[in-house]
Design a protein around this ligand. Structure first.
Ligand code: KG4
Ligand code: ZN
Length: 343
């Protein structure tokens, strides 16, 4: 079946068409089309996503993207429409849901509510075929989320670890802001950290904490780490390039150590056969490399999304909609946006 996906949970407006086939035990996806407009640059002056601006931009961009995509296709090819119900910013989510409801009515198509986090998990099946050996652990690291999820099979999830405050991408963004770097801060911090590594600069003068590294649970906390960077920057005064690189490296090392340690614990507790990673933070080269090393030493297969599929997109929403359809999850046409929708 061919699904039109709609994503508006944060600062990307995206539409897609995905050909979905196979059963719940082995779903397959073929990318037909995908269009996206990122608002990230517009939010730069706010140092994060500004909900009402996001809403206004989605409202403006959705018809533009739809018109662009529909030039290449016919709504007759589409069997269903899937739209992000949550989690995300409610004013932003509503724009996609209302747009989806209007399309569904106009073209008489079923409308499927999709969970954004399920989208990030299934994003590893986009642009490639993979038969994942369950149980798996999914590590979801993005600007809005930091979760460890037990995946028993497609559609069967249990959140076993979560952040108590900031998400990991959010911590990157906030630390970047403290250091006077633009939003989104992840790529900026990671560039500086790589520079420190390539120049063999050691961060020993500026040690930062590893929050909750030894806690018994699988939860995370990044807000204290961000505050530690703030105090350090205040103490040091003006930062020269080398100091910036050192702080970035120490921050990235701290985040990586905590993520890798908790993921290892999760893999072992569940006896997982596979590690799935989703979310925009996986663009981080250091985190990616360390997770690949972890998978190798634990003897599990690792599945990472392509760059296109790792950041927010509508292909993963169409894919999550397909899983939902296969499971016959209740699909009232009159559903609401749920900002804190759970898996
Ligand atoms: O998944 P995503 O596109 O959007 C959300 O659902 O939040 O993730 C965006 C987040 C931002 O916080 C951004 O700073 C972070 O991913 N990010 C990175 C890197 N590239 C993007 N964080 C660390 N290192 C990177 N290279
Ligand atoms: Zn996301």
């Amino acid at each position: 079946m061919r699904i039109l996906g709609i994503e508006t949970s944060c600062d990307e407006t995206a539409l897609s068409i995905l050909e979905c086939s196979g059963e719940l035990s082995n779903p397959k996806f073929e990318i037909i089309d995908s269009v996206l407009l990122s608002q990230a640059k517009l939010h730069t002056p706010y140092g994060g996503v500004y909900p009402n601006l996001a809403k206004r931009e989605h409202l403006k961009n959705l018809p533009i993207l739809f018109e662009e995509m529909i030039k290449r296709h016919d709504m007759k090819e589409i069997d269903a429409i899937a739209v992000t119900q949550g989690p995300g910013l409610e004013p932003a989510l509503w724009t996609g849901i209302t747009f989806g409801k209007d399309l569904a009515e106009k073209y008489s198509k079923p409308l499927i509510p999709a969970n954004h986090m399920e989208g990030h998990i299934i994003s590893v099946l986009l642009g490639r075929e993979a038969h994942i050996n369950f149980p798996a652990i999914a590590l979801l690291i993005s600007g809005g989320h930091t979760q460890l999820v037990e995946v028993k099979s497609w559609g069967e999830y249990r959140v076993i670890g979560d952040t108590r405050d900031d998400a990991v991408g959010e911590a990157f963004d906030k630390v970047a802001r403290i250091m006077g770097l633009p939003y989104p801060g992840g790529p900026e911090i990671s560039k500086l950290a790589e520079e420190a590594r390539s120049k063999k600069l050691e961060a020993t003068n500026h040690p930062l904490p590893r929050p909750m590294l030894h806690s018994k649970d699988l939860d995370f906390s990044f807000s204290g780490l961000k505050t530690a960077v703030l105090y350090l920057v205040q103490k040091l005064g003006t930062l020269d390039e080398t100091t910036k690189c050192l702080i970035a490296r120490e921050f990235e090392d701290s985040v990586t150590e905590v993520i890798v340690t908790k993921t290892k614990k999760a893999l072992e507790e569940i006896g997982a056969n596979s590690l799935i990673v989703g979310g925009g933070v996986i663009s981080n080269i250091h985190i990616r490399k360390e997770l690949e090393n972890l998978a190798e030493s634990e003897g599990v297969s690792i599945y990472l999304p392509t760059t296109e599929a790792s950041t927010d997109n509508a292909l993963m929403i169409a894919a999550a909609g397909y899983i939902s359809h296969l499971q016959n999850r209740t699909s009232e046409t009159d559903f609401k946006a749920i900002g804190n929708l759970k898996l």
